[in-house]
Write a protein that binds this ligand. Sequence first.
Ligand code: ZLM
Ligand code: CA
Ligand code: ZN
Length: 395
Amino acid sequence: SPSCGDDKKRRVCYYYDPGISTVDYGEGHVMVPHRVTMAHNLVAAYGMLGDMHRLRTAPATAAELADFHDEGYLALLQDLTPDGCGGDDGVGDMARARGIYAVEGKGGGRGVDNPVFDRLWDYCLRYSGGSLAAARALGSGTADIAINWSGGMHHACRGGARGFCYVNDIVLAIRELLAHFRRVLYVDIDVHHGDGVQAAFEASNRVMTVSFHQHGGGFFPGSGAVADVGKKGPGRYCALNVPVSVGIGDEEYHRLFEPIMARVMEVFQPEAVVLQCGADSLAGDRLGELNLTTRGHAQCVSFIRSFNLPLLLLGGGGYTINHVASCWCNETAVAIGKEIPNDIPKHGFDVFYKNQEYKLHYKLETKHLHRNRNTANSIDGIRMAAMENLSKLKL
Ligand code: ZLM
Ligand code: CA
Ligand code: ZN
């Protein structure tokens, strides 16, 4: 039961690849892979590396990515270079057809979600390799919780890039878990709808996908209404969507998250869980417009952890990078089952945390929060609609 075993230690394995820290989506792009290095530096400064087994792995191979992705797309992705697709040899056209855009000159990336950048292919192999290795550690039973903060790229499609995501490491990891576990639950607390993962498993009743996300007003990607329960067939009702409006805070979020996830656990009875911990649902994010605190976000991790199932923790979005690093560092502590102090230790990178007064759990002034557009009634309505969908799930 969720209230038991919370203080029990777990064997945690952790993937971090410094090769990801220097990847650059282009000047001004909101996605900054270096935030994972910042999180790692915090984890190290808090002395948590000794509490986890460090996962070392080679980058994924093209053959491993082909377990989900289209071969033609992978061939293109492998060949793209910043100056190799601007010309009229047709490569640029092929890239655009797959959602990827060449960006001209410095700072020319205005409005391009998926640019071509230096070492793009290597980056995809590394973050995907981390998620695959993490899934294998759970599958073999050598770890209870496996972490890859550089993974969680939930929008990537079989044949193309979307929403900053090029390769869907989550789909690859879940497919690996399916070799060991009968049913796998996917939970997505990124502020965006986990559309790529939902689409990949819509036909299956062995994978249930649950996404909580900001919805309405044209917010990306626009899918994931509560009525979206997946396609007709055996996988119907194995997709659950919990859309919320701008400005939701911890208390209301958990009036949805906890009862809904407790019910999901009862009706779906997963043998393993993947939790995408996108940190763009935090207050003060550059893209997301929710008001979750680092404690409210971490409460999702500890609630899921309390079910004592093999658990894969992945990153995802998160665009105010000091907040992201604080969030994932704290959630690493939650995974280990360790209390860490709120004061950020001196570690040579603490300058990045000056505007949060060197506290892990940063506080924002009201003027930096978004006005709450949710009401007690709207929250109850969404929870009831979600519960109604769950009552129709027959395995
Ligand atoms: N324009 N630069 C979340 C993925 C969100 C699509 C409208 C781009 C941006 C955004 C890129 C500076 C995850 C859309 C938006 C402006 C078409 C989105 C580059 C700012 C910038 O300043 C920016 C060179 C950029 C992109 C904002 N894009 C905000 N929102 C979304 C994709 C990914 O968190 O869920 C998981 C990692 N795209 O709204 C447009 C329709 C492109
Ligand atoms: Ca989500
Ligand atoms: Zn997101």
